[in-house]
Design a protein around this ligand. Structure first.
Ligand SMILES: O=P(O)(O)OC[C@H]1O[C@](O)(COP(=O)(O)O)[C@@H](O)[C@@H]1O
Ligand SMILES: [Mg+2]
Ligand SMILES: [Mg+2]
Length: 345
């Protein structure tokens, strides 16, 4: 499993190590620092809860057709403000904004594109359960000075960095720049993210699954079959008992999996089929998939490796199976066997 570090180094020191090793350049290092600083500000706002007047609905909606929470809007503004001045971006895109935003000429600009889910797990904000921020970094295509939505539509394999922050009992940042996945814990006294787990690794097998079971009757047959075999336990074809967890904050569910293994899935169901799924490819599924693959896990739509999906829209939704490698492959096998058996009919 992963190695917790007795002598913890700061995020800045870790990023300088990566830059010295030639794996990242100064611009990406500074961009990550800007995002981390914005997440510290969000962590303070989340931590204030009712005292800070940040709970409840904002009274506005987003392009997803969802009612925005005050913290969705506030977190988005904090990330926008911090990155507009950062000087490392050509453009950014967010769950809470209809279209991407090129960085205006008056600001210092860079060659990266940032995508983010400013506040993940919004349904848990008002009930004091862990929420988070998820982000993904791509390169701006050469010769493009004012990137538009289409310039962000790069497959997950093109990500140069991905991360999330969880605002829970402690605030943690989990990050990859393509050299493993590492966890940093915010030391509130010092105000710095300190490396607490270097090289997170996900066990290949697991006895723990996470899915919103209340959607069961809307699932496709292969998903019904897969989950009923999990629930059948050791008396069933899987020959072992499985436990279930569902926080309803993807960051919290995936963090548990990066820490002790498991499988998280938000499959296609007849309620969200027209939209292609519930969770968003560009700023939820792709960054989480990069982090999980870098920790030895797997991520799939049920029919395709997540990171190879060619995006067709900024807010595109996809089915998600992510976590322990062998368990994700098992879930995929149920789908492929079903599709093969039903391909002629
Ligand atoms: O409400 P459900 O069906 O349990 O869905 C929960 C899922 O929706 C999400 O809250 C969607 O993300 P946002 O909160 O960023 O919109 C995920 O974090 C979570 O995994
Ligand atoms: Mg989300
Ligand atoms: Mg969100």
């Amino acid at each position: 499993m992963s190695s917790s570090t007795s002598q913890s180094i700061s995020l800045t020191r870790y990023l300088i190590e990566e830059q010295r090793a030639g794996r990242i350049n100064a611009d990406l290092r500074l961009l990550i620092e800007v995002v981390a600083r914005a997440c510290k500000t969000i962590s303070i706002a989340v931590g204030k809860g009712a005292l800070g007047g940040v709970l409840g609905d904002a009274g506005t909606g987003n392009i997803q057709g969802e009612a925005q929470k005050k913290l969705d809007v506030l977190s988005n503004e904090i990330l926008l403000e911090a990155n507009a001045w950062g000087g490392h971006l050509a453009g950014l895109a967010s769950e809470e904004m209809d279209n991407s935003h090129p960085i205006p000429d008056v600001y210092p600009r860079g060659n990266y594109l940032l995508l983010f889910d400013p506040l993940d797990g919004s349904s848990n904000i008002d009930v004091n359960i862990s929420v988070g921020t998820i982000f993904s970094v791509l390169r701006c295509p050469d010769g493009v000075s004012h990137p538009a939505d289409e310039h962000f539509l790069q497959p997950g394999t093109s990500q140069v960095c991905a991360g999330y922050t969880t605002y829970g009992p402690s605030t943690m940042l989990v990050l990859t720049v393509g050299n493993g996945t590492h966890a940093f814990t915010l030391d509130r006294e010092v105000g710095s993210f300190m490396l607490t787990t270097r090289g997170m690794t996900i066990p290949e097998d697991t006895k723990e699954f996470a899915v919103n079971m209340s959607n069961q009757r809307f699932w496709e047959p292969p998903m019904q079959h897969y989950v009923s075999d999990l629930l059948a336990g050791k008396e069933g074809s899987r020959g072992k008992d499985f436990n279930m967890r569902w926080v309803a904050s993807m960051v919290a569910d995936v963090h548990r999996i990066l820490t002790r293994g498991g499988i998280f899935s938000y499959p296609l169901d007849s309620k969200c089929a027209a939209k292609g799924g519930k969770l968003r490819l560009m700023y939820e599924a792709n960054p989480m998939s990069f982090l999980v693959e870098q920790a030895g896990g797997a991520a799939n739509t049920g029919r395709q490796r997540m990171l190879e999906v060619q995006p067709n829209g900024l807010h595109q939704r996809v089915p998600v199976f992510i976590g322990s490698k062998n368990e994700v492959e098992t879930a995929v096998r149920y789908h492929l066997e079903h599709d093969t058996a039903h391909s002629s009919t």
